[in-house]
Design a protein around this ligand. Structure first.
Ligand code: SF4
Length: 272
């Protein structure tokens, strides 16, 4: 798919953490738009997407001069109190354009020079391993949250064909572990998965977060419903997985391998 890449010069980068991210002082998005274009992405229903004529997933704006802006904002924010940052809430900081543009890498560099109290890096892209050097330097102040919504590649393809394969994400988790970078597997939004899923994750992480559309889309599942996602489940004959209780199936399977203090549900799994 063709992705239209634009540029913008933002006035601010650090936004106040609100709603689902109320545990954070700030959220940080290196880009506007996301070329992974996942079918279930709740950002599709947010103003950033609704006020745009192009389809979500087909455009990305690069935030120019982002590192300089962050340097100033971070130092001002730190002077006022504790700074905890969620990167990113409405884009993937390691989507393909980052390979060349390196906006996220430049922001990380700023945060290594002047560390926030905590940085949560939310991605589904193995490109995050390119920045292991900076992430290591943040020590325990960082956690990488790698989205792995399912262990089944055909399910991943049915819901987010433009996103990286599951195997590549698992490999990235392995590399993060070897490098000693704190990380978690984030099964969110959970998609249909197999009994073998917990055994796949066990050697890679000691922390797993499970979340679904109903708890995690910021509207009790309404935004996801308006995307017509239930139709996709019907087409696949997997309607039983589109249910507010379905997360319990995955959670129970995870409990066979992981202890309770390694398992997190919804917002708790994203907290600093
Ligand atoms: S990677 Fe995240 S932000 Fe990007 S389309 Fe998928 S769900 Fe949305």
């Amino acid at each position: 798919m063709n992705v239209e890449i634009g540029e913008k010069y933002p006035k601010t980068l650090l936004n106040k953490g609100t709603g689902f991210l109320a545990d954070y002082s700030h959220s940080l998005n290196p880009y506007t738009g996301c070329s992974f274009g996942c079918s279930y992405c709740y950002v599709r229903q947010m103003p950033v997407s609704l006020f745009r004529s192009q389809e979500w997933g087909t455009w990305v704006d690069i935030k120019k001069e982002a590192a300089n802006l962050l340097r100033k904002e971070l130092s001002r924010a730190k002077a006022k109190g504790k700074v905890t940052i969620f990167m990113s809430s409405s884009t993937d900081p390691y989507q393909p354009v980052e390979f060349k543009e390196q906006v996220t890498r430049a922001l990380l560099e700023v945060m290594v020079e002047d560390p926030p109290d905590f940085l949560f890096v939310q991605t589904r892209s193995p490109l995050v391993t390119r920045d292991i050097d900076w992430l290591q330097r943040l020590g325990e102040r960082v956690r990488v949250s790698m989205t792995v919504e399912t262990d089944l590649e055909d399910i991943r393809r049915a819901f987010s064909p433009m996103a990286p394969p599951i195997q590549a994400r698992l490999k990235a988790l392995e590399q993060l572990k070897e490098a000693g970078v704190p990380a978690q597997a984030t099964i969110a939004p959970l998609l249909p998965s197999s009994e073998a899923f917990p055994r796949l994750l066990a050697p890679l992480v000691d922390r797993v977060c499970v979340d679904d559309y109903f708890m995690g889309d910021g509207s009790g599942g309404k935004r996801t419903r308006s995307l017509g996602i239930s139709k996709r489940y019907e087409e696949l004959g997997l309607q039983e997985w589109y249910h507010p209780e379905a997360y319990k199936i995955v959670l129970e399977r995870m409990r066979r391998i992981f202890s309770d203090d390694q398992l997190y549900v919804s917002q708790n799994g994203f907290a600093p």
